[in-house]
Design a protein around this ligand. Structure first.
Ligand code: SF4
Length: 394
């Protein structure tokens, strides 16, 4: 597995697969073809089906600017390698084709080419939770991350934590309408005021989903967020960490350790299954985010590494089969609410793991395998094409 820095990418929303990945592909292709006078980009499959709502064209055009770009949308063609395919062609001033390359946006802002992911160096020698737990014995999962990552990981995670807090604060302040045809008003700011008027017990419980709303609405507005593990699911982990920070203990060091563990959980899912909605549905995005947040919160509550594994397993297990069906291809409905509900579920899973005896039949590794198989069995209607489920009701 690669560095957990790839799980936590700081960038603009609303979609890691649809904006960060294509922007990275465009920058990679531009570096290969600096002499191109103009560009033609063909978008395939899921990327073409929902790319307009997700601002894919804007991400590519802005990256290749000031050179002119023609975008062709081919939602009916799914390339065999991955549902999120792109083909870039550079043209000379005389119209001659200089170079054509295909890239795939494989989730979390990563791209692949000829079956190989870009910029990924394997630094973890174990790639299953069971192997890692056997290796670390009584140590914590974050200590394994510290063993394998470069020394700058803590500075990086500090930046991630600061960005996450900024997102929550910004999302609680902004009150505009979200961009796109749904004309959805932002809700987090009003919800926060209403939660403040509740009794303390309700305040404690319902601040968390409001924080998730705040971040998910920032993402839907195309503002800077941190993938955790994707843009669409970026509200869950910050909401849960901020809940701990504001309601239990203002301890940055513990939060960074929790982020490290969450990153490791996300990495295991990404490596052994997928975090791409186009590949496995929303279980790979919001389900993975819930597993990461559940494990992180469990660790913050003093859970052992085995209890963290249990919390993460529950976080993912109870999202199995969750489809990706964003209305109008926008990362808004059901995505924003889904982040909110997953944040509550993550805390419940963590508390359940801490108060139970920790015994469970299905392991985290097993549920990751099942998630992958379930995702591959889902028809493409339910994998970011906006052709089925809620999207078909619009
Ligand atoms: S439904 Fe889930 S996977 Fe699909 S765009 Fe929304 S958050 Fe992402």
């Amino acid at each position: 597995m690669e560095s957990i820095k790839h799980i936590f990418k700081i960038g603009r929303g609303p979609s890691s697969s649809h904006t960060m990945g294509p922007a990275k592909a465009a920058a990679t292709f531009l570096a290969l073809t600096p002499d191109g006078a103009r560009y033609r980009v063909v978008l395939y499959g899921s990327l073409a089906a929902t790319g307009k709502g997700h601002m894919t064209d804007m991400a590519i055009v802005e990256t290749l600017a000031p050179k002119p770009v023609e975008i062709l949308w081919k939602p009916e063609i799914f390339l065999p390698e991955h549902p999120n395919g792109m083909e870039f062609t550079a043209l000379g001033a005389d119209g001659r084709e200089l170079l054509t390359k295909r890239y795939f946006s494989v989730g979390g802002g990563d791209i692949s080419e000829d079956g190989t992911r870009h910029g990924t160096e394997r630094i973890y020698e174990y790639a299953t939770m069971d192997d890692i737990l056997a290796h670390i014995g009584n140590r914590k999962l974050w200590e394994y991350v510290a063993d394998r990552e470069d020394a700058d990981i803590w500075d990086y995670l500090q930046r991630v934590w600061e960005e996450m807090q900024q997102c929550i604060k910004g999302g609680l302040e902004h009150e505009s309408t979200l961009p796109g045809g749904l004309m959805l008003p932002r809700k987090a700011s009003t919800m926060y005021s209403r939660v403040q008027a509740m009794n303390q017990s309700l305040q404690h419980r319902y601040s968390t989903p409001v924080y998730a709303f705040a971040v998910a609405e920032e993402n839907a507005s195309g503002r800077t967020i941190v993938t955790a593990p994707t843009c669409g699911s970026c509200g869950v982990l910050p909401a849960v960490l901020y809940t701990y920070y504001t309601q239990y203990e203002r301890n940055d060091k513990k939060i960074l350790h929790a982020l490290a563990t969450a990153g490791l959980i996300g990495n295991l899912i990404k490596y052994n299954a997928s975090i791409s909605g186009a590949e496995v549905g929303c279980q790979g995005e919001v389900g993975s985010a819930c597993a990461m947040a559940a494990g992180a919160f469990c660790q913050l509550m003093g859970g052992s590494s085995y209890q963290v594994e249990y919390a993460a397993e529950m976080g993912l297990e109870h999202h199995l089969g969750l489809t990706c069906d964003p209305i109008c291809g926008l990362v808004q409905v059901p995505c924003i609410e889904r982040n909110a509900f997953a944040s509550i579920r993550a805390i419940d899973a963590a508390v359940f793991a801490v108060i139970s005896d920790g015994k469970h039949i299905v392991s985290f590794d097993q549920v990751v395998r099942v998630m992958k198989a379930t995702g591959h069995d889902l028809p493409s209607l339910y994998k970011e094409t906006s052709l089925g489920g809620l999207a078909a009701e619009e």
